[in-house]
Design a protein around this ligand. Sequence first.
Ligand SMILES: Cc1cc2nc3c(=O)[nH]c(=O)nc-3n(C[C@H](O)[C@H](O)[C@H](O)COP(=O)(O)OP(=O)(O)OC[C@H]3O[C@@H](n4cnc5c(N)ncnc54)[C@H](O)[C@@H]3O)c2cc1C
Length: 320
Amino acid sequence: MHETKSCLIVGAGMAGLTAASALSQNGWHVTLLDKGRNVGGRMATRQIGVSRFDHGAQFFTVRDSRFQNAVDQWEARGWVKPWFTESGHIRYCGVEGMAGIAKALAKPLHCRTATRVERIEPVDNCWRLFTEAGEELSANTLLLTPPAPQSLALLSACIDRLPSGIVSEMRSVAFDPCFALLTTLAGPSRVPPPGLVRPDTGPIALIADNTVKGISAGPAALTIHARADFTRSFFEADPQQVAQLLLEAAEPWLGSPVLTSQIHRWKYSQPLAVCGEPCLYTLEPAPLAFAGDAFGGPRIEGAFLSGMAAAERITATALR
Ligand SMILES: Cc1cc2nc3c(=O)[nH]c(=O)nc-3n(C[C@H](O)[C@H](O)[C@H](O)COP(=O)(O)OP(=O)(O)OC[C@H]3O[C@@H](n4cnc5c(N)ncnc54)[C@H](O)[C@@H]3O)c2cc1C
């Protein structure tokens, strides 16, 4: 038997970490599981030699006072810093990269990385979860935070036991894909301060110089994000060809010879539309919540607010 207030959370991105913190503070026994080698999900940072790259989200903005309170605390603890201000909004980034924020949030939590969940099934008003390694875990409540298609796939064996409204809401969530090209140069780039350009035309949405941004040592370390339509057209193409096309388009901002390039494919980058509710919740067939940026808003702040909403919903139901 497990404790009454036990929750399994799949996904240690911003939504899962936020919900786990809130539930733990409310006395819940929480286990967070993530298939990634590190926590953070789409707040991802990669080290290549001396260079460090943010290869998912580059920064975040703050509009909601609850998120502002959290960000103020993170800034006071030295986890985040303002990068630059645009259109009246501060763009914050992680002092040690975006994943550094997630790492700091995960520290007090029971979080298991490199643990891919393969399938989940309801048993006697509880949830049983099976990992790729053949492990079995169970809890009263389940919170799923991966992008909607991945969450639904985990529940495929019991999908007909979920309320049809929730299933159709989840099925309506679609994401843009995004190529991220990580390139090291032999010297400085031509990306001007504060280290970010967004070309008006062509296949590139954004070029960030992680060295100018202040998270990488050594020569220029560029993150080049492709536009969604370009990524969609070339998603199955040879990665070398994609890298070549993006480097050709980036030429005006390179400024030094290219040393290395790695391509990363984000299949689910940002949601195309956001659900009307900050999270989804059902007691059928057992207590289950869905959270993430597809609910709270298509960015880090939205994932935070959705994680908070899910934790509030789970706690409120348990109190009844
Ligand atoms: C290229 C790119 C650029 C972006 N730019 C910005 C930006 O500038 N500003 C901004 O605010 N936002 C930006 N975003 C969006 C932002 O990163 C997301 O909104 C936010 O990080 C989503 O958090 P989440 O917790 O909802 O989901 P995720 O971060 O995706 O977390 C879900 C987690 O679930 C895990 N998972 C999935 N399936 C399984 C499984 N079977 N078993 C175990 N674990 C599993 C994943 O590994 C992942 O860690 C960008 C995203 C990308 C990809």
